[in-house]
Design a protein around this ligand. Structure first.
Ligand code: BG6
Length: 425
């Protein structure tokens, strides 16, 4: 089927840093059928400048359309410009600040561009809390059927996040061990060494809880806790993730921590900002397989290292050591298991070692946004968040959102800190 991909916000940070490189790779790989890209921007811009280093791969496939997304009349112009024929699909990718999304959706609906097989690709944030997420979902549902809506959480599409599912589904040893009978705790973390990278307005409205925890970390947790059947059908994954999240209980603010890196207030030019750049939450599930297992989600900016991983810690059989299975989402994508082995030599000494698999350095791991785009084009929804998942994650976070809103001041940490030090201070 021929696909037209309309990108609203082609000159923005996301399109430039993630979507265009992903599209360049997809087109180079060349197996998704006929594709044309329309880049929408408010200002008149040179296509050559917009495509930058990807001009060579995307030039013949891409064209630019100048339109005001707030002006309903411009959607007739868009419709004429697209001129999709019978059986062709148009994907609308909203790579725009959240305040524009509702109007664009409405105008697409009113101009008839919402008809199947067309699809709507939405970027987070999906609301800012439970009530606004519900409002956004209801508004979207007035114009697009849920089957046409692709809510992007690019963490779900990371190679190693998919591997959490694949590994669990296919390795019998771990299938047998996957419950509170053998698992002591689960830690999900996305630590970043970068700061907010100049995204002042975005971050002041968002903060780490909304930016990373509500979607990315909740989804990694859901993949880890979901009840994967013997015969896994990937299409059922959103429903399995939702079931897992439904058993995770609303967060208790007493066991949750937030903090802000020093210098943040100057950077955003707001001396009173209490926006958090670090979050650590302790959650629990009432699922019979998971009750009693502490589930920790941690994220932060301007830390000492970049590391995203899911760490499953197994129960100890004697004093000190717990075997941990680690899904290294990034960097050094792979899987490792901490083991104790005999130290070589005449003495009976024990030492800690890792059994690990890392993808060979010459393996090309597709970027998450490549997978997102390919799956949206081919209509595979397993790596997109359903409305139910979005709402449940906000429900889980609601108590901490309330508690933090009413709190004065915020703990701070030095840039380059180790996350343990922030949690323990
Ligand atoms: C984005 C957040 O969703 O994910 C950013 O808005 C964050 O703040 C980014 O830096 C991290 O993504 P990745 O793929 O580099 O881990």
């Amino acid at each position: 089927m021929k696909t037209t991909l309309v990108i609203f916000g082609i000159t923005g940070h996301l399109a430039q840093s993630k979507l265009l490189p992903a599209l360049a790779n997809i087109i180079e790989a060349g197996d998704i059928g006929e594709l044309s890209i329309i880049g929408v921007s408010r200002r008149e811009v040179e296509q050559f400048t917009v495509l930058g280093e990807h001009h060579h791969q995307l030039n013949g496939t891409t064209s630019m359309l100048q339109m005001d997304v707030e002006n309903p009349d411009d959607y007739a112009k868009l419709k004429d410009y697209i001129s999709a024929g019978e059986g062709e699909q148009v994907l609308f990718y909203l790579s725009v600040p959240p305040e524009y999304a509702a109007n664009i959706i409405e105008h697409l609906g009113q101009s008839g561009l919402n008809r199947a097989p067309n699809k709507l690709l939405l970027e987070k944030p999906f609301g800012t809390d439970l009530a606004s997420a519900q409002e956004m979902i209801d508004h979207t549902a007035k114009h697009f059927d849920e089957s046409q809506v692709y809510r992007i959480d690019h963490y779900l599409a990371k190679e190693m996040a998919q591997n959490v599912v694949m590994f669990r589904a296919t390795n019998a040893i771990f299938r047998h061990l996957w419950s509170n009978k053998y698992i002591e705790s689960v830690d999900v973390m996305a630590l970043e060494s970068v700061d907010i990278e100049g995204r002042v307005d975005f971050y002041e409205q968002t903060g780490a809880l909304r930016d990373i925890v509500q979607g990315h970390l909740m989804q990694l947790l859901a993949l880890t806790l979901s009840d994967i059947p013997d015969e896994l059908n990937w299409d059922t994954l959103p429903a399995l993730r939702l079931m897992a999240l439904e058993s995770v209980q609303p967060a208790d603010p007493r066991y949750c921590k937030h903090a802000q890196y020093q210098g943040y207030r100057d950077e955003v030019n707001n001396p009173d900002s209490n926006v958090e750049t670090f979050v650590s939450l302790k959650l629990e599930s009432t699922d019979e397989n998971w009750s009693g297992v502490p589930l920790t989600l941690t994220t932060g900016k301007a830390l000492d290292a970049k590391k995203t991983e899911v760490r499953v810690n197994f129960k100890r059989s004697h004093d000190a050591h717990s075997n941990s299975l680690v899904f290294k989402i990034q960097p050094d994508e792979g899987i490792s298991i901490d083991l104790l082995v005999k130290k070589a030599g005449y003495e009976r000494e024990v030492q800690s070692q890792k059994l690990s698999y890392m993808y060979p350095s010459d393996t090309r791991l597709p970027e998450a946004y490549e997978q997102v785009l390919v799956d949206a084009i081919t209509g595979r929804k397993s790596l997109f968040a359903s409305s139910g998942e979005v709402l449940r994650s906000w429900e889980i976070l609601a108590p901490v959102q309330r508690a933090w809103q009413s709190q004065d001041g915020i703990q701070t940490y030095k840039k380059g800190s180790d996350y343990h030090d922030i949690i323990n201070s």
